[in-house]
Design a protein around this ligand. Structure first.
Ligand SMILES: CC(C)(COP(=O)(O)OP(=O)(O)OC[C@H]1O[C@@H](n2cnc3c(N)ncnc32)[C@H](O)[C@@H]1O)[C@@H](O)C(=O)NCCC(=O)NCCS
Ligand SMILES: Nc1ncnc2c1ncn2[C@@H]1O[C@H](COP(=O)(O)OP(=O)(O)OP(=O)(O)O)[C@@H](O)[C@H]1O
Length: 199
């Protein structure tokens, strides 16, 4: 299933995956698959997924017939086992969608898969190289508060869920440290792209 020039970028929420993906798109012509966005589209458009989620979590996750992610988030952050059920249902759909994009839609292009849960979902199987992005915890929480406006409880719940990602660091081909400014990040990206034969 492996292809050339499919770069997986993973790491915790707010670590800088999207920032790196944008640099790769703008400066090096990569196509970007933002897995969170693809999943949000699936929630809007995939009737089978919607039905499975409402069967399990109830009609209370719907607002005007659409899945409301705020309601879903409140429901699962309050209960770990529900988070696991949510993952089990959604990851199958996500894998199918991203595989289609990589293997069909973007097959002629260098492509980035941006996903916090790259290894959990098994998307690493589509990648030729995987980079793990790492940012100091206090910088990370500040950036998420600024960007998402979430409560500290919600952030902690997600970061707790993402502790498992630390063990994925050793599964990646590289660790990118993103504690510095954007210019530093750009120069590191250029170096690693060359070394990994991606440009
Ligand atoms: C919990 C939900 C409802 C929250 O939705 P919301 O729009 O508020 O957040 P969003 O989807 O933008 O995710 C925010 C951040 O949390 C990360 N994240 C999302 N789901 C999970 C999860 N199950 N475990 C750990 N981190 C997650 C995302 O990668 C992102 O960094 C939603 O994320 C969800 O249904 N997740 C399950 C599907 C999934 O695993 N998506 C991640 C694909 S990488
Ligand atoms: N080197 C940096 N210097 C300053 N700000 C940065 C740097 N890298 C990323 N940021 C900022 O930190 C925030 C989080 O970065 P980004 O959105 O790229 O993370 P992410 O890993 O894609 O997060 P998520 O998985 O939640 O989507 C953004 O507001 C981004 O602009």
């Amino acid at each position: 299933m492996r292809q050339n020039r499919v770069l997986g970028i993973t790491g915790k929420m707010g670590s800088g995956k999207s920032t790196i993906s944008s640099i790769l798109a703008q400066s090096y012509g990569f196509k970007v698959i933002d897995v969170d966005k693809e999943y949000h589209t699936l929630l809007e458009e995939n009737e089978e997924l919607k039905k499975k989620l409402t069967d399990v979590f109830g009609e209370e996750i719907l607002v005007s017939g659409r899945i409301d992610r705020n309601r879903l988030r409140a429901l699962v952050t309050a209960d770990k086992s529900r988070f696991e059920v949510l993952n089990k249902i959604t990851h199958e759909f996500i894998f199918e969608r991203v595989s289609y994009l990589v293997l069909e839609v973007f097959k002629e292009y260098p492509t980035v898969i941006d996903a916090a849960l790259l290894f959990e979902i098994g998307l690493n199987r589509l990648c030729s190289v995987v980079w793990f992005v790492e940012t100091e915890e206090n910088l990370l929480v500040d950036r998420i508060i600024k960007r998402n406006g979430w409560s500290e409880k919600e952030i902690k719940s997600f970061l707790e869920r993402q502790k498992v990602l630390e063990s994925h660091k050793k599964l990646a081909n590289r660790v990118i440290v993103n504690n510095f400014d954007i210019e530093k990040l750009k120069s590191v990206i250029k170096k690693y792209l060359k070394e990994d034969g991606l440009i």
